[in-house]
Design a protein around this ligand. Structure first.
Ligand SMILES: Cc1ncc(COP(=O)(O)O)c(C=O)c1O
Length: 386
């Protein structure tokens, strides 16, 4: 138990670090001895390994997932006066990246089961200003891109993929990151493949795009003190790249364990009056997050906390209702009903590879206990799926 009375944390990064400590320390040591801290062999090696892993021709390491999105948008030549459609239920950075390059995010509602962009809503939002759509593989589930691809092609729009949560997932035999489109990953420590600090990467098949990304991440500089465009400083550190190379070797196994945990949760909660996630074909979902939907979410969260169980909410406020985007003029309620409902009903249960069967049992029991205690459960969604 930690000092806050939590016995089952939402995420346990220490357990993972312990399991790979020797290999990580060895990697740190080799970077220290090499004296190469920015760029160089560690970064190049990881970029090659990651490109091979996802099946892309190129992978360009950058400073964070947010930066990956910004540089991908710039590479796709999105700029001021352009609109970019983004899902309202995502991490803030998905929209922030659009704003940071001077364009305008247009918020779109999501599908209530998969939590991905709702295609019909996307279509309704397209105007002559729309240039691109950011498809987020939210919670680690690979989005079905077929309808979106067809729509984007028909309307002449660019798709950029936000795969910050979707390391190692695939759909129809193609790994997320291997589609050829600009695809952005975050290696924030809590991700399924996480660094020991901030880091990110962009994958693509196009050589010209990869070259532009390499320039943009490093002051537009192909060689020391030569600057051919205005870029930024968003390089992947050698130390992070070396850690990521070690961790990439475990990713398949870690993802598989998460899927097993998800199945165990769904089995235990199968008769509960809550919406549990679908369990799609194994590699379609990496269960970065295991998100349930329940009407009296805040009371359930308090109950779990009292039982020593930490939970998360991803995300408590739909992006169009954040203070940061008030000037875009969205009405306070009702414009994106699914995202708005989700924000007050979703709850992320503890999920990480090192979670034990008995911890899953304890969490599930606490959920069931709460539901048994709750006198009236107004449930707006089907009891179980998958
Ligand atoms: C969906 C999504 N997009 C973008 C990001 C931004 O990544 P980073 O934190 O590495 O900047 C994150 C991660 O937090 C994310 O979950």
């Amino acid at each position: 138990m930690n000092h806050s009375g939590i016995t089952i944390p939402f995420l346990d990064l220490k357990a993972q670090s312990k399991s790979i400590r020797n290999d990580v320390m060895d990697a740190f040591d080799r970077v220290l001895v090499s004296g190469q801290f920015i760029g160089g062999e560690w970064v190049e090696r990881f970029e090659e390994e990651f490109a091979r892993f996802v099946g892309s021709k190129y992978a360009v390491g950058v400073g964070s997932g947010t930066s990956a999105l910004e540089l991908a948008l710039k590479t796709a030549r999105i700029a001021g006066r352009d609109d970019v459609i983004v899902p309202a239920n995502s991490f803030f950075a998905t929209a922030e990246a659009v704003s940071n390059i001077g364009a305008r995010p247009v918020f779109c509602d999501v599908d209530p089961m998969a939590f991905h962009l709702d295609i019909n809503s996307v279509e309704r939002l397209i105007t002559p200003r729309t240039r691109a759509i950011i498809a987020v593989h939210l919670y680690g589930r690979a989005m079905d891109m077929t309808a979106l691809e067809e729509l984007a092609e028909r309307r002449g729009l660019t798709i950029i993929e936000d795969a910050a949560q979707a390391h190692g997932t695939e759909r129809d035999g193609i790994r997320v990151g291997g589609s050829g489109r600009l695809t952005c990953f975050s290696f924030y420590p809590g991700k399924n493949l996480g660094a020991y600090g901030d880091a990110g990467i962009i994958t693509c098949h196009d050589r010209v795009q990869a070259e532009r990304l390499r320039l943009l991440r490093d002051h537009g500089s192909p060689a020391k003190y030569i600057h051919v465009m205005v870029g930024t400083n968003s390089r992947l550190d050698a130390i992070q790249a070396a850690v990521l190379s070690v961790k990439l070797r475990h990713l398949r196994e870690w993802n598989m364990r998460r899927v097993q945990h998800a199945k165990a949760y769904v089995m235990r909660l199968r008769n509960a009056c809550i919406q549990t996630p679908e369990i799609p074909p194994v590699r379609e979902h990496n269960f970065h997050l295991f998100v349930i939907r329940v009407k009296n979410r805040d009371a359930m969260r308090r109950h779990l906390h009292a039982c020593g169980i930490e939970t998360g909410i991803h995300y408590p406020q739909p992006l169009h209702l954040t203070r940061a985007y008030q000037d875009l003029g969205y009405p306070m309620r009702g414009s994106l009903p699914v995202s708005e409902a989700l924000a007050s009903e979703i709850l992320s249960l503890p999920m990480y590879p090192e979670l034990t069967d008995s911890q899953i049992e304890q969490v599930s029991e606490a959920v069931l206990q709460f539901l048994g205690q709750a006198e009236t459960q107004e449930i707006s969604v089907p009891a179980i799926h998958g």
